[in-house]
Design a protein around this ligand. Structure first.
Ligand code: NAP
Length: 259
């Protein structure tokens, strides 16, 4: 299927690795020019080079912390007008509900709620003026089904979800869609780090922690960044123009719910 995105330009945040990179590669495969971003220069440069050589699209790489005001300013200046925005950043650390203090919540809100909101505020008005735009926020299955150890993520992402629900319906008439893509467990560095935490806590190996987690997923495996990227590219497609303010699970059936 041709998604009708050839020649569009996308900013994909936090995209040197993992799910962000999966989204960037899938969009590049559709002929979309890219602005990529991460804090670490080495992996970012490698990813940018790989995507440029593999897909022949223009790729700009901006080293910056997307959760800081100055990092965002740097990325936005390099990006200019974009047609597609994929928001993403690292997830908050795991812990226990009673241990987090105000600073922990502020950091999580900054990274996983206020950063995507700031990016939308900066870029959606231009999309509305031009009459076309796509925003995909990478959130988490924790929005639909809380993950006990990830209370900071549960909280911050729920806030973003509320903002998107109201905002998406105010910009839709100008040809701009905003949707959230909710990953369940995917085989990325983040998953290895979460499995490492379980392994340390339960006195088992990382491989055993992974097997235990896989057994809880109906598909019995972790998702891949490529699969996730394909779902993101679809949400950005011309064909998805009637999907507004949705929260799409990409979780191998992990969330046990009827709706
Ligand atoms: P990952 O494999 O650890 O990759 C994270 C990417 O984001 C890297 O390129 C990293 O590069 C970049 N990054 C992190 N913090 C950044 C920042 N402040 N500014 C700019 N770039 C930043 O993580 P992932 O698995 O793709 O996860 C992506 C998001 O999905 C996270 O919020 C995670 O919580 C959420 N999620 C993931 C899963 C999963 O199973 N993987 C499930 C549910 C939710 P640098 O470190 O060099 O900056």
């Amino acid at each position: 299927m041709d998604f009708g995105l050839n020649g569009k330009k996308a900013l994909v945040c936090a995209s040197s690795k993992g799910l962000g990179r999966g989204c960037a590669e899938a969009l590049a495969g559709e002929g979309v020019d890219l602005i990529l971003n991460a804090r670490g220069a080495e992996a970012l440069e490698e990813t940018a080079k790989h995507i440029n050589q593999t897909y022949g699209v223009d790729v700009k790489a901006v080293v910056a912390d997307i959760t800081s005001e100055e990092g965002r300013a740097k990325v936005l200046e390099a990006a200019g007008d974009v047609d597609i925005l994929v928001t993403n950043a690292g997830g908050p650390p795991p812990g226990l509900w009673i241990d987090w203090d105000r600073d922990d919540f502020i950091a999580a809100l900054d990274a996983n709620m206020l950063t995507p909101i700031a990016l939308m505020k900066a870029l959606v008005p231009g999309m509305m003026e031009r009459g076309w735009g796509r925003v995909v926020n990478i959130t988490s299955q924790s929005v639909k089904s809380p993950i006990p150890a990830l209370g900071l993520s549960n909280s911050a992402r729920a806030g973003l979800t509320g903002y998107v629900a109201g905002t998406a319906r105010q910009v839709a008439e100008k040809g701009v869609t905003i949707n959230n893509l909710l990953p369940g467990i995917h085989a990325t560095d983040r998953a290895i780090s979460l499995d490492g935490g379980v392994a340390a806590k339960e006195g088992i190996t990382i491989e055993e922690a992974k097997k235990k987690r896989e057994a809880t997923i109906p598909v019995r495996r972790y998702g891949t960044a490529e699969e996730f990227g394909a779902a993101c590219a679809f949400l950005c497609s011309q064909q998805a123009a009637f999907m507004i303010g949705q929260n799409i699970l990409h979780d191998g059936g992990g969330v046990n719910a009827t709706l």
